[in-house]
Design a protein around this ligand. Structure first.
Ligand SMILES: *Cc1c(COP(=O)(O)O)cnc(C)c1O
Length: 365
């Protein structure tokens, strides 16, 4: 790992050539760093992209990828269920610079196609979403975006490149909060975006000036985490299927949201565009928050925290995690009841995880 903030040159001509980009090399840490480059190369390969650039956080990946292309007067079409920070960008910061944002019901493909056909600069998707794990058909929406010359950006954080390849499905850019599954150990923050050389060059240029650079130490931790990405994700998917099936049998569980269940509204789309169904789910408890307040503290193999995608199984009420910014009414309108529990399945023995839930559910009877 190389952590230098700047790189020295004895030869003035060579220094100049590197500085103006005529020769490969590093000048200053905000622009490039060898360890950060190694992370970018790795995510680029995993996403099957021509190029990739990285960021200090997932939100920096989201905002830089949008701000590099958007201008006052432009229009963005997206979904209502995007990540909380992304949602704030759409509802507050983009309207502030006179960008018109239209948010469609997530999973309503007709509405998305109708709104895209009215013309827009960017179509922004996230699939699966969090915590209701809704699915959007990337290939279908990419056709609508191409027809009006819009850029299709997909947040691939939940699926990871192990399960879903947005660029192959027609997206122009696939981005990540590397903080989640890519790192996988809840010890580093980071973000990445992958796509064509041309688009990534523009985003990288914006990021150099914006300054949201991935730190070398975090890049190192993310690289180390990514060595086991495939192992972790496949194991987590297997366990998630068993936990979803278990939760469905519980009297106190009103609904289980997981795309691997045939009862899921877009199970067929998920089966088509993902190689497995992921390790994120949510379940609604009878008795709402009162029940969640009894159940969650009784769990022994659970992290009760706001993060997800780590090796440890993590539970949290949606009202405290993904939807903490919303009022009760807003959550209701989004179909997020107070007792909705988000579950990010880790790599522990699934029999232990189910036994743990079982002993905790006993307190609800
Ligand atoms: C966490 C998350 C983000 C934001 O990432 P940070 O690293 O926390 O900035 C963006 N999109 C999704 C889907 C996320 O889960």
């Amino acid at each position: 790992m190389i952590v230098s903030s700047a790189y020295g040159y004895d030869d003035m001509e060579e220094w100049y050539d590197v500085a103006i980009g005529n020769k490969p090399g590093h000048i200053y840490g905000r622009n490039t760093n060898p360890t950060v480059n190694a992370f970018e190369d790795k995510i680029k390969e995993l996403e099957g992209a021509q190029a990739a650039t990285s960021f200090s956080t997932g939100m920096a990946a989201v905002s830089n990828s949008i701000y590099a292309f958007i201008r006052p007067g432009d229009r963005v079409v997206s979904i209502k269920d995007s990540y909380g920070g992304t949602h704030r960008l759409f509802c507050e910061f983009l309207p502030n610079i006179n960008v018109d944002v239209t948010l469609c019901d997530t999973g309503d493909h007709e509405e998305l196609e109708r709104e895209i056909a009215r013309g827009c600069k960017i179509v922004y998707l996230e699939t699966p979403t969090n915590p209701l794990v809704k699915i959007t058909d990337i290939a279908r929406i990419s056709k609508a975006a191409k027809a009006v010359g819009a850029l299709l950006i997909v947040d691939n954080t939940m699926a990871t490149p192990v399960l879903q390849q947005p660029l192959e499905l027609g997206a122009d850019l696939s981005l990540h909060s590397a903080t989640k599954y890519l790192g996988g150990h809840a010890d580093a923050l980071g973000g990445a975006v992958c796509g064509s050389k041309e688009l990534i060059t523009q985003i990288h240029h914006y990021r150099e000036i914006n300054g949201a650079t991935l730190a070398p130490w975090d890049a190192y931790l993310l690289l180390r985490g990514m060595k086991t990405l495939n192992l972790r994700v496949l194991r987590q998917c297997e366990s998630a299927k068993k936990m979803a099936a278990y939760l469905q049998t519980q009297k106190m569980v009103e609904a289980v949201h997981y795309p691997g269940l045939t009862s899921h509204l877009h199970h067929d789309v998920a089966a088509r565009q993902m190689s497995d169904f992921g390790a994120m789910m949510s379940f609604a408890l009878k008795g709402g928050m009162e029940s969640a307040s009894i159940l969650l503290p009784k769990l022994q193999y659970a992290n009760r925290a706001a993060n997800l995608g780590a090796v440890e199984t993590t539970y949290g009420p949606a009202r405290t995690t993904s939807h903490v910014e919303c009022t009760v009414e807003e959550r209701k309108a989004l179909g997020v009841p107070d007792g909705l529990v988000r579950l990010s399945v880790g790599i522990e023995d699934v029999e232990d995880l189910i036994a743990d839930l079982d002993q905790a559910f006993a307190y609800l009877k």
